[in-house]
Ligand binder design. Sequence first.
Ligand code: HEM
Length: 162
Amino acid sequence: MRRTYFVLASLIAGLVVVQAAAIALGFGGLAHHVAQGGTFDKTMMESQESAFTGDIGFPIHGINGGLVIPLVAIALFAVSFFARFHHAVRWAGLVLGLVIVQVMLGYSIVDLPYAGAVHGGNALALFATALLAARAARRATPGSPRSADSEDARLSVGDATA
Ligand code: HEM
């Protein structure tokens, strides 16, 4: 389970990178389209038709962020109860909490553009937290609910008293 935890947490970090790439692709394509004299309006925004090169980035961002990442975060949280290492549930809960906030901010951007600033920053917090969760799983001592950190602390106390 610790291995599954590690894979899921690492996967979330990787999917956040996909999110950044997808949205940059979408807005890069939009900027290019407008720079070439093209226009973009509400009808095009809501249309399922391809409007310009790179517009695929928007649906990728929406599906990955609104569905895939939340499902992986829920799976990580469920697995965390069986991973049996120090703070496994805490890290997974933090990741899931940041994902929930991120999705809520994402769906608010159109009505509240300033939410975009928090959305971008929170994505970095999510990326870092997912990596820290993966690292905690990797460093945990197999067969023990203790983390590598607490195991190290116990060993140094043993060394000091020897
Ligand atoms: C990595 C940096 C990120 C940036 C710069 C970013 C930027 C944006 C922007 C500009 C939008 C509004 C455009 C649109 O509606 O397509 C948006 C929407 C959204 N973002 Fe992100 N985002 C990032 C990461 C994430 C992550 C990690 C998640 C999920 C965990 C996420 C979930 C969403 C969702 C669900 C929407 C609404 C999509 C929709 O209305 O169809 N984003 N994001």
